[in-house]
Design a protein around this ligand. Structure first.
Ligand code: PAF
Length: 285
């Protein structure tokens, strides 16, 4: 397995493989790899001849009061997981390679970035859009995989890739969950035992929303209220938002018609957790 540290070595590696007719699958990550990442790597392995995983804790997507310094870093473990999954290369550049002195270009997807996570984390998505643009340009993948757990990120990257003609296709892989429904996330390691016990309330709230829709409820506000009540019952958890949205614009849906995405974010102590659940309303035949 190659460990690639420089941007020029990354493009050389991709160009060589493409010349040889090898297809490249790409899984962008910030490391602290877990079963959710493993599922993305396996999907990439199945679809492409070679797989590259990027491990880069991107400073520009963290706000000044956020957890950049304490974001989990465990390259040795991540390398072992990648080696076990047959990954061909890890792209792990130092921050100076991605953002050298004089760097000043930023990529913005203003409308999608303003909502939900963007409201809580004002510069987050411009950091994501900038680094994803750079990563896709360097790796030149045939297909890239993103996790559905970060639904807004996936929607924004889709928009970005389309608008800027970024290379390769995008695939969004379903969220991988613990047995009790908690969506896997690198931030779950911050939860104390008690907080870990409380955290699946977000999944239960989304399930309650989806069940109401299956039961015939179509009013977005009612569904949101139901989800909020579920979270409220868990006293140690605060809801940041629980919303019924259009899956492509992420705007609130007052009345559900066909497809919707239930989006949620909660705070458990100092840990913010996200999750979502797509719902489709079947028309009566
Ligand atoms: O989802 C993540 O891990 C990051 O936001 C990404 C897409 C690797 C960009 O830094």
């Amino acid at each position: 397995m190659n460990i690639i540290r420089t941007t020029s070595a990354m493009t050389d590696w991709s160009r060589r493989l493409h010349r040889e007719g090898v297809t490249i699958g790409f899984v962008p990550t910030m490391g602290a790899l877990h079963e959710g990442h493993r599922a993305l790597i396996r999907a990439a392995r199945l679809a492409c001849d070679a797989v590259v995983v990027s491990i880069f804790v991107n400073p520009t997507q963290f706000g000044p009061a956020e957890d950049l310094a304490k974001y989990p870093r465990q390259l040795r473990l991540d390398r072992a997981l990648c080696a076990k999954e047959g990954v061909d290369a890890i792209f792990a550049p130092p921050a100076e390679a991605m953002y050298p002195a004089g760097f000043q270009t930023i990529v913005a997807v203003p409308t999608l970035a303003r909502l939900w996570e963007g409201a809580a984390r004002p510069h987050h998505f411009q950091g994501v859009a900038t680094v994803v643009t750079k990563l896709l340009s360097l790796v030149q993948p045939d297909i890239s995989w993103f996790g559905q757990k970060d639904f807004q990120q996936a929607a924004l990257v889709r928009r970005l890739a389309k608008d800027l003609h970024l290379p390769g296709m995008l695939r969004v892989h379903p969220t991988v969950r613990e047995r009790d429904g908690l969506a896997l996330s690198s931030r779950n390691v911050y939860l104390s035992a008690q907080q870990r016990e409380a955290a699946p309330v977000l999944y239960r709230a989304l399930q309650a929303g989806a069940a109401a829709i299956r039961g015939g409820e179509r009013r977005g506000e009612r569904i949101q209220r139901l989800m909020a009540q579920t979270v409220k019952a868990q006293r140690s958890v605060t809801a940041e938002y629980l919303a019924v949205c259009d899956p492509s614009t992420l705007e609130l849906l007052p009345i559900l018609q066909r497809h919707a995405i239930l989006l949620g974010a909660i705070r458990v102590g100092s840990v913010r957790l996200l999750d979502n659940m797509p719902v489709a309303i079947r028309r009566k035949p």
